[in-house]
Design a protein around this ligand. Sequence first.
Ligand SMILES: NC(=O)c1ccc[n+]([C@@H]2O[C@H](COP(=O)([O-])OP(=O)(O)OC[C@H]3O[C@@H](n4cnc5c(N)ncnc54)[C@H](OP(=O)(O)O)[C@@H]3O)[C@@H](O)[C@H]2O)c1
Length: 325
Amino acid sequence: MTIKISKVPKTMRAAAIDHFGGPEVLTLHSLPVPVPDPDEVLIALHTAGVGGWDADMRGGWWPEGRPHFPVVLGTDGSGTIAAVGSRVRRLQVGEKAYAYSFNNPKGGFYAEYVAVPATNAAPVPESLDLKHAGAIPTTGLTALQGVDDALRIRAGDSLIIHGASGGVGTLAVQFAKARGARVLATACGADAVALLRRLGADVAIDGCGGDILAAVRDFAPGGVDAVLAFVGGKELTQCLHAVRADGKVAYPNGVEPKPRKRRGIEIIAYDGVPGVAEFKRLGRAVEKVGLKVPIAAAYKLEEARKAHARLAAGHVLGKIVLRIR
Ligand SMILES: NC(=O)c1ccc[n+]([C@@H]2O[C@H](COP(=O)([O-])OP(=O)(O)OC[C@H]3O[C@@H](n4cnc5c(N)ncnc54)[C@H](OP(=O)(O)O)[C@@H]3O)[C@@H](O)[C@H]2O)c1
């Protein structure tokens, strides 16, 4: 196996866990740098995204199989390609790339290096720097696929984006507007509502205290065409009441409690998926929109536990990231 490689050390710093627990179980480790297989790339990471699913995994939720400790968390990030496997042609050593690999077999993104399948990585869109690109692989793909694939939003559609001030929602608002939708977005608190207005929502309301149904009556008197939900619960049920007959509701798996079935409304659960075509479409959408990526806070790699404590405190407007280089 020939691997094209830039100068890569044998060991790296990584924020890893030796057992499940609270934010305090995230500690700095020295671990071997993963070696890429023929179809993989090694990325020298600049930024890693921090998501609620990382905290779930840290706390003991595991998608499949059993973890092999120490576990390096993190599903996405950005950096520079440091090595490519012998079969990789699409990405070059030295190129800036961003990537998404959920429960990555060779370790996650809270580290100086990550080895991922080349199809899970793509060149960074020109309009984004590494910090902002590293914040969006998971959230950007999930937001765009919710708008385009799950709901098939068309120009003129009326859409509620519920729970829109977080990592996925802040991007979904912008993608839905770019597809020509009329968007009513919900968030909690005046600062979050103001952010959604700045991101282009036609109407932004407080979904924690406000009357969602009253707002929808003005926005779409016959009911909305669709709902894209990033948080579950009784307010999401209110949103369902606001959907017209034959309308649609979509949510990415992970949103709890899930919306209950309702006669006359299609309910779609989906996952954000990476891939060559998926990243190309994301890249085009990022450029078309001039995507704004709200970053609520950035922490050093060795402060990963602080990042998780901040996540647990809630009211994160946009995304939390780790600064690795
Ligand atoms: N399956 C997949 O492929 C996939 C991929 C990505 C994400 N997901 C899932 O998608 C969901 C969203 O992810 P995310 O990273 O965007 O989460 P997030 O950052 O926590 O966003 C959720 C937002 O909803 C807001 N919210 C809470 N209650 C609300 C209410 N009653 N009305 C209006 N807004 C409310 C929260 O605001 P406050 O914090 O101020 O309460 C928060 O900003 C999560 O469940 C995640 O697990 C799934």
